[in-house]
Design a protein around this ligand. Structure first.
Ligand code: 13P
Length: 344
């Protein structure tokens, strides 16, 4: 374990703080901006990143931000490169290094993640720009006979190779196996799939000699499908998520930072909070690495208008604060009402 990796873990695993995912690809950012009728250009994407990343006091709740390549070269309104700005306020800048999804032959249109070719060279460039950790996302759909053994195997192998290469270049890897929420499956089906996926991922990480103490896991929660009729309540999600993690994740892993994956911001916060109030003995830090659940309310408040920037930053900081409280089991639903009253 190098001193650099050790320091990055120390800076990213901080009680009361979590990671912001702000690494939407141009395609996804365009979709997000379209939802508030803002045309997606390099400049509007920069303006939006500026709003979020320069929110005053972001460092109170956020210890790391995952960036997209385009953002690395863009500047804040005051002319500072975004990674430099983050480092200056004490937030670790990181970079999404996967290059999206493509169909895996021999499967029923299941997708694996591209981006291993030339990864080492790209990492050297990203290092020069000040980033210290990486992220790679693999996805698993749930439906009849899906996910297949083939996709589970391929994704685990590639996540492990990516993590190994990242550590060789002194980047802390965030390993993100996302079991998708789309569908009408039950929470128990999600449990079984998540268990199988995580087992395979950790087997392969060990095979590749990835240093578990120097990586972060970014999983989905064990949750009912978004279109399921009777969706499991908050407590069941928390109990089953902690159970699957205890069954599959080695205790030496320092931190587990969940993705929000299409949960509402309130759901994502309530689920994380509940996990911290179950009275379970947890060997890893349990926190968040949300994109939509942190940024959604801010995007809505902004609407692409300068006069809304302050309100949008407040909406983002409020969400970050509530999730910070959730990492300590100190959040309650009433706080959502207080937020609404404040906004009126
Ligand atoms: P969501 O929290 O919106 O799922 O995004 C997390 C992420 O980084 C997806 O790769």
């Amino acid at each position: 374990m190098t001193a650099e990796l050790k320091q990055t873990i120390k800076d990213m695993v901080v009680v009361g703080k979590g990671i912001l995912a702000a690494d939407e690809s141009v395609k996804t950012a365009t979709k997000r901006l379209a939802s508030i009728n803002v045309e997606s250009t390099e400049e509007t994407r920069r303006q939006y990143r500026n709003l979020i990343l320069t929110a005053p006091g972001i460092e109170k709740y956020i210890c790391g931000v995952i960036l997209f390549e385009e953002t690395l070269k863009q500047k804040t309104n005051s002319g500072v490169l975004f990674p430099e700005h983050l480092a200056k306020v004490g937030v670790v800048p990181g970079i999404k290094v996967d290059q999206g999804l493509t169909e895996l032959e021999g499967t029923q249109s299941e997708q694996y993640t591209k981006g291993l070719d030339g990864l080492g060279d790209r990492l050297e460039e990203y290092k020069k720009m000040g980033t210290r950790f990486t992220k790679w996302r693999a996805v698993y759909s749930i439906s009849e006979n899906i996910p297949s053994d083939l996709i589970i195997k391929r994704n685990a192998e590639d996540l492990a190779k990516y993590a190994k290469i990242s550590q060789e270049h002194n980047f802390v890897p965030i390993v993100e196996p996302e079991v998708l929420i789309d569908g009408n499956h039950s929470i128990d089906t999600c449990y079984k799939v998540t268990e199988k996926v995580l087992k395979e991922v950790f087997e392969d990480l060990k095979k590749e000699n990835v240093i578990i103490e120097c990586m972060i896991l970014k999983p989905s929660m064990v949750i009912s499908g978004k279109q399921a009729e009777n969706r499991a309540p908050v407590e069941e999600v928390a109990v089953k998520t902690v159970k699957v993690l205890k069954a599959t994740v080695p205790p030496e892993l320092p931190s587990i930072n969940f993705l929000s994956g299409g949960q509402t911001p309130e759901e994502a916060t309530a689920h994380l909070n509940k996990m911290h109030t179950l009275g379970e003995d947890l060997s890893w830090y349990l926190s968040f690495s949300y994109a939509r659940a942190l940024q959604g309310p801010a995007l809505k408040a902004w609407q692409g208008k300068d006069e809304n920037i302050k309100a949008a930053q407040e909406a983002f900081l409020q969400r970050a604060k509530l999730n910070s409280l959730a990492t300590k089991g100190e959040y309650s639903e009433d706080m959502e009402k207080e937020e609404q009253i404040k906004e009126v």
